[in-house]
Design a protein around this ligand. Sequence first.
Ligand SMILES: [Fe+2]
Ligand SMILES: [Fe+2]
Length: 315
Amino acid sequence: MSQNYIQWNLEKIVPGESIPAALYLQLEGRYVLYRVAGQVIDRNTFDRMEIKKVLHFFVLDTDRDKFKSWFETINQTPASPSIQSGGSASSIALKKTREEAKRKIADIFHSFHAEESITQVLETSSSLVEELTKSPLASQPLAELQSLSRGTADHSVNVSTLSVYLALNMGYSHMVILKHLAAGALLHDIGKIEALKMGETSPELYEEKLKLHPALGDEMLAKLGEASREARIIVMQHHECHDGSGYPAGLTGNKIYDLAKIVSMANVFDELVADGKGPLGDRQKHALAQLEGPLSAKFHPTKLKKVIKILSLGV
Ligand SMILES: [Fe+2]
Ligand SMILES: [Fe+2]
């Protein structure tokens, strides 16, 4: 008996979570088993698929409901009046801007004209700031500022949105500074593209190259000459830690640029959420507990305290 397959978009895959049924790829007109039920797709694989523009899988028609409820359960957002009612005008505008920013970041992944794409990313980073400054001090539900990061494009938008939101709530109000912050955060992992390409052949080589992604990103931006000096420092320092345990330079305390400190907290928070399990709200609470507990030495103590307070209002 012949089986029917339906297309299942990469967008509806949750990296790190066991898939509920088999996934197939279509190769030369034939369906080839790619992963069986219970296996996972990790975020690097997800990124590689995006780079290669493999934007969908196939699933058996009979497994459609299993995939649908799997995806919906993990993506369910905590109850919030604006989310429940479909969103307030400002949350809809923010959502659109976030989607736009994601498309632009993904363009850099695919682009042969990276320079043009970077200019466009810088433009969307300004729109992101403008949207967020419309209601800067409201305690926004985090589900509106952060979706589940599947790959680097989602993650970059989350880190940028969260960084600007945190900065606004920490008292930063200068638009120029906020725009540097948004741009640096959107571009912070841009060097991963190079690492992914270079490490195509071996996971060990990828791990080795990954350590270089802050410098690779900075080099890429220097060559293209579009991003500000401030944005490039953010890219270079986003993995530096207060206690000196970070990389590439092992900077400590106030040797780390203030805006990079904010991006570093938003970055780790979003990574923890992406690496978590279950629905978004549970992942966010767990991530906050990790920041407050085992990871606290990595961040500037007063700034971390503020960040935890701000984020806790939204979960
Ligand atoms: Fe990074
Ligand atoms: Fe990151």
